[in-house]
Design a protein. Structure first.
Lengths: 251, 251
């Protein structure tokens, strides 16, 4: 609590301590860049290219605690606006609770199917869109919008930046999981209020992602929705503009 | 345009073609997982751990077109809801345009400084929060919320999913950039309307991220805001819950 009554996690104190005791910490923290070798660089691209949204390939093999901690640590290393680190990670393994989460998905998914018509509806209904019960671990990633007080460096002009930080944490975890041989599927088809009630998530905490997590021994070599004919990859070149909106780029 | 007048990018046609001509594409696309070797896995974690939000370490060295395309390809390989791929990439190199973008930042940043008080305001004003003019490349990542028609698989119950997809694209690019020896800084302090006008971005396109991109030869070995005493890293263990909100996890 600051003298002016604004709670900011005692950061003014931190700043004073820094100025008094660690005048050169910032200087010492700036180090020469160690380049990535070719195989290191290629490995990052490999994880990016081979990452898939997994719905059905989960094995029942338990995910050990130390592996789960590596994945969560990858998430925790995401960028965050004003170093706010607004995320929490709710790990769900209990089969009964996952069954109830699946029911919440299933209700919403039936509503969703009704929003399509004809062949498209038939196609939608043929797709498996989650692995809530099959994946041994479910993970809810949230965003605490009040963490660090009301004024956050970098969020002053874009109030969504904390949400974006939590999404970056999801993507970090997803890529780390691919490197571990673990598949991840992002479930977005559910009523927020129902999921919130099931897991006791307070109203001021935003649910960002409901993830299904587990080892896999097969993966699609292209996005599953492309392989199954739902939608195809766009040409990257057509998505790039140069200097202003709509001006085609040569690169 | 479908028979019922809903534009969905001729995807019903795609589905029919798929059913008629490619009945086994999905089966063929499911392949055994190739594990990551130890060095490959460690490289992914290395990129995640060493990625920094860069504001001042940019070198003037040009970023070649082929490297830029690799970064954008990494972004384009992000997950997207319903395989919507809602992003565009606006590459800005023109120094005059970057100067004008910086002015937009600078106006907002002065407003932002006024939101802090005392030591905290002084500290805020001492931080360099962007590299718009110093980085040779700026990149605006956007989200086209209407791409693929009004009903998107997976966005039916969470309207923000397309935005989250575009954020995942940013994080993919950021990690790829680290592996290339390229720094990235995310600028969020600007008036949306001013930036939109400067680059001619239509009202129905959402600006997700304004990125500064360039080679670096030094990087902070911890988040710059931590090194400079603004805010410190939270303990991961305290952010993890088990089975329900607030229940401490042993793992």
């Amino acid at each position: 609590m600051r003298a002016d009554g604004v709670c900011d996690g005692d950061l003014t104190l931190h700043y004073r301590e820094y100025m008094m005791h660690e005048p050169s910490r910032a200087q010492k923290a700036l180090e020469p860049v160690r380049p990535f070798s070719t195989i290191e660089r290629d490995s990052v691209y490999r994880a990016i290219k081979e990452r898939r949204d997994v719905r059905d390939q989960f094995l029942p093999t338990p995910v050990p605690d130390d592996v789960m901690m590596r994945l969560l640590s990858a998430a925790h290393n995401a960028p965050s606006v004003g170093f706010m680190q607004p995320w929490n990670f709710l790990v769900v393994r209990d089969p009964q609770r996952r069954e109830r989460a699946w029911e919440i998905f299933n209700n919403a998914n039936q509503e969703a199917a009704e929003m399509f018509s004809g062949d498209r509806k038939q196609s939608y209904q043929s797709l498996k869109l989650e692995g809530i019960r099959k994946a041994p671990v479910n993970l809810i990633v949230t965003c605490d919008r009040n963490r660090g007080g009301p004024v956050i460096l970098g969020r002053t002009h874009n109030k969504q930046m904390d949400i974006y930080s939590a999404v970056c944490a999801v993507q970090n975890l997803w890529l780390a999981a691919r490197a571990e041989g673990i598949g991840v599927g992002w479930v977005s088809i559910f009523e927020d209020a129902s999921m919130r009630t099931l897991f006791g998530i307070p109203d001021d905490i935003e649910i960002i992602a409901y993830l299904c997590i587990g080892y896999v021994d097969t993966l699609y070599n292209e996005p599953e929705l492309a392989a199954k004919g739902w939608r195809q990859r766009l040409k990257l070149e057509e998505l790039i503009f140069s200097e202003e909106w709509g001006r085609a780029s040569s690169a």
